[in-house]
Design a protein around this ligand. Structure first.
Ligand code: GBH
Length: 489
């Protein structure tokens, strides 16, 4: 079971290691019963084999082949860590560190080269079966994401996530995945970071780079939610006997209010509602967050539009989408200060939120501009999820530290401080956090930063023919951390 017994955990937390100096210090106490540690990757970032054995192209393959300068050093995911061939080395690393779970994603175009079930690529099906079997043989439980951004190109040609038909196409793909792997996979993520996916339509930081800010993002988000809802209902109808648990991996950078004025407190709340809330509210409470509806409708009207840029669900859709996550997947990297103020492109999700988000100059910088180190933000994000969405089991599905291959000690600090905050959320706030997957087990293709930015706790020699994996200090640190924090059986 994955559901921690908090009461027991609490007793042990306060009794273990307090007075006996042969025992680890108080911060090194146990985790709740059933708590699981794991590590994450995503298909495009690690697999390579971009056209191997009948795989079709994805929007990332396509975009980067056409626009190589889009990525630092003209890197792309054609070969990446070549996990397509060396997945056993990934599993060996996971096992060596001592993880109980591995979160990875299935590349839709590897199993369905043109996105549709009319043509199934058996080699792709076999690949994921092999990965899953290798994990299970090593006692590691798979957590599988169905969509981590690599849409089959032929589906982009009909508009991708802007086309309402995508909801059914995604559901048919998911159906095949549940049917094929569902007896072995019990933890599913439909969509990784719907907000980032929407960003590929509303911004220029991810494929398909449409930059339809303030319109395309909301429309893509709408269809992502419809796809998720339909998929969950399908699972309930056809696969509930498999006993799996579904979620999305939600993302967002929470805001601390700049001051305790009602304006700043409300602004910090909107920061949450326009990120985690955008996708969390429809699946956990029904429909978009009221404040999001209000602000986007009002701005749309002021712009002279007849219809809101934020689409409306039908009553039936609201019902279909509501109540469709069994647990809450939370990706956390960074946080902001927030105050009232309309900033960002016009129109845009950011501007609609009317929050001015900014980093504290004292928060440590990292190898990437979009993140600073602010461990308290993880506890804040967990608290906000609890406050907004009730006592749903939470799994931190991503959390990690980027460097240029030079700051592994800082990575250790990052994990230590973030895990401490997560423990506060569990033991001080009594929140039902049941697992933690770091990003990432191996250095990999970090989107626009290519291979220049590394998140792995295992180094990959990208110049060697078999992409040699070598555990970093942070991997040994993690191994030790888990051993010290013995999990209750
Ligand atoms: C996650 O995204 C992804 O799930 C994972 O694939 C990725 O490797 C990992 O984090 C580390 O990045 O350039 O200022 O416009 C994290 C959320 C959303 C962060 C998009 C970067 C672009 C910010 N990402 N965002 S900016």
């Amino acid at each position: 079971m994955w559901f921690p017994s908090l009461a027991l955990g609490l007793v042990l937390a306060v009794t273990a290691g307090q007075c006996d100096d042969r025992l680890p210090p108080a911060s090194h106490t146990m985790f709740p019963k059933g708590f699981k540690f794991g590590a994450s990757t995503a298909a495009y970032q690690v697999e390579g084999g971009w056209d191997a054995d009948g795989k079709g192209p994805s929007i990332w393959d396509d975009y980067l082949h056409k626009h190589p300068d889009y990525i630092k050093n003209r890197n792309n995911g054609d070969v990446a860590d070549d996990s397509y061939h060396f997945y056993k080395d990934d599993v060996r690393a996971l096992k060596e560190v001592g993880f109980q779970t591995y979160r990875f994603s299935i590349a839709w175009p590897r199993v369905l080269p043109n996105g549709r079930t009319s043509h199934i690529n058996q080699a792709g099906i076999d690949y994921y079966m092999n990965v899953i079997d290798e994990l299970l043989a090593n006692g590691i439980e798979p957590v599988v994401a169905l969509y981590h951004w690599d849409l089959p190109t032929p589906l982009q040609e009909i508009g991708g996530w802007l086309n309402p038909d995508i909801a059914d196409l995604f559901t048919e793909y998911a159906d095949l995945m549940f049917q094929t792997y569902g007896d072995k996979v019990k933890w599913w993520i439909t969509i990784n970071e719907a907000q980032s996916v929407a960003g590929g339509y509303g911004g220029d930081n991810a494929a398909p780079v449409l930059n339809l800010h303030g319109t395309g993002d909301y429309l893509a988000g709408h269809n992502l939610l419809r796809a998720h809802g339909k998929t969950y209902r399908l699972y309930q109808r056809k696969y509930s006997h498999q006993g799996g648990k579904l979620s999305m991996a939600f993302c967002g950078a929470p805001c601390f209010p700049t001051t305790q004025t009602p304006e700043d407190i409300a602004a910090a709340d909107r920061c949450f509602q326009f990120s985690f809330g955008w996708f969390g509210h429809p699946v956990l409470k029904g429909d978009y967050p009221p404040v999001m509806r209000e602000y986007v409708d009002r701005n749309s009207k002021a712009e002279g539009r007849n219809v809101s840029r934020l689409p409306y669900f039908t009553e039936e859709e609201i019902r279909e989408i509501n109540g469709t996550v069994d647990w809450f997947g939370l990706n956390y990297y960074t946080a902001y200060w927030g105050k009232e103020g309309a900033v960002g492109a016009n129109p845009s999700v950011d501007r609609d939120s009317n929050v001015n988000k900014y980093f504290d100059p004292n928060w440590p910088a990292t190898a990437t501009t979009w993140m600073k180190v602010i461990p308290q933000g993880l506890r804040l994000a967990i608290q906000k999820v609890r406050q907004e969405f009730g006592n749903i089991p939470i799994i931190v599905t991503e959390n990690g530290y980027p460097d240029h291959g030079d700051l592994d000690e800082k990575r250790i600090d990052y994990f230590e401080t973030h895990l401490a905050e997560m423990r506060q959320a569990i033991y001080e706030d009594g929140i039902n956090v049941i697992g933690y997957c770091l990003w990432s087990i191996i250095d990999n293709f970090e989107w626009r930063d290519g291979y220049t930015v590394k998140f792995g706790i295992v180094e990959v020699d990208f110049n060697s023919p078999n992409k040699t994996r070598t555990l970093k200090k942070s991997a040994y640190w993690f191994q030790n951390y888990m051993a010290m924090h013995k999990l209750l059986e």
